[in-house]
Write a protein that binds this ligand. Structure first.
Ligand code: AMP
Length: 176
């Protein structure tokens, strides 16, 4: 299992799909699972750029990880909060399968430009600002928690061309 962490627009999904293809793994995106499965108020929250409830996300991903091929998956967008990361770290059957965490980094100005061009429903100025804030407040602290637990973290500059970023990730993962 490889985990991709990064702010919206840093390239998690693009890189996740490329990695899955090259490594013969399954790409699993919580954002994608949610977009396909939720409606009503929670969908509205999601479109505003708010993180959804930890309990709900954990139950969605737990079902997948215990049913699917957890060893051979690229997790895109989970965990995103300390509570989610702690849940993951508490389950040894899952952390045993975790090979590395890739932290894709990109400047706010760059991700904003990318997202406004992409134009998904939640890619508007307001939702982008909230997602950036949530990333800094909720998601960034996970990196230290993983480090403290001896998990391999690769910090990758996601501002470069897609193929360059992909090459660097593959190098990190395949260099002994
Ligand atoms: P993404 O496709 O990764 O950009 O996720 C889109 C939206 O789905 C996020 O802005 C959140 O509203 C929601 N979401 C995805 N993953 C999570 C997560 N792990 N925890 C909470 N909310 C999430």
């Amino acid at each position: 299992m490889i985990i991709l962490i990064g702010v919206a627009g840093a390239g998690k999904s693009v890189q996740g799909k490329l990695l899955a293809k090259d490594l013969g793994a399954t790409w699993v995106s919580t954002g994608e699972l949610l977009r396909q499965n939720i409606s009503g108020d929670r969908r509205e929250d999601m479109l505003r750029g708010k993180l959804l409830d930890d309990k709900e996300i954990i139950s969605v991903i737990s079902e997948f990880l215990h049913r699917g091929d957890a060893k051979n998956c690229i997790l895109d967008g989970f965990p995103r909060t300390i509570t989610q990361a702690q849940w993951l770290l508490n389950d040894k059957s899952i952390t045993d399968k975790l090979k590395a965490v890739i932290h894709l980094k990109a400047d706010k100005k760059i991700v904003k430009e990318r997202l406004l061009t992409r134009g998904r429903l939640d890619d508007n100025e307001h939702a982008i600002d909230l997602r950036f804030k949530e990333y800094e407040a909720e998601t960034l602290p996970i990196i230290d928690l993983f480090k403290d637990n001896g998990i391999q973290i690769y910090e990758i500059n996601g501002e470069r061309h897609i193929s360059e970023v992909h090459r660097e990730i593959m190098n990190k993962l395949t260099t002994p």
